[in-house]
Design a protein. Structure first.
Length: 79
């Protein structure tokens, strides 16, 4: 996609052009970035780490959140 080095609000704006939902493990995103004017929903997976063994138990909840998350809002998925 050629997005290497794209960060923060610019990343969300670029993603909103092609995607409906942004999935992340960045727990600070809702405090660091404003979603005002950005047409994308954000789903944050909260785990002990971003290791796949920690993320795997949240996958069912994350899939549900991906389908139901409102545009312009952050949805948090926890164990």
């Amino acid at each position: 996609m050629g997005w290497a080095g794209t960060r923060n609000g610019q990343l969300l704006r670029r993603a909103s052009a092609d995607f409906d939902v942004f999935l992340t493990v960045d727990q600070g995103i809702e405090f660091q970035q404003s979603l005002t004017g950005i047409d994308i929903a954000v789903v944050v997976m909260v785990t002990a780490s971003n290791d796949i063994d920690d993320l795997r138990p949240l996958l069912a909840r994350a899939l549900s959140a991906l389908a139901a998350s409102p545009i312009g809002q952050v949805t948090v998925v926890r164990a």
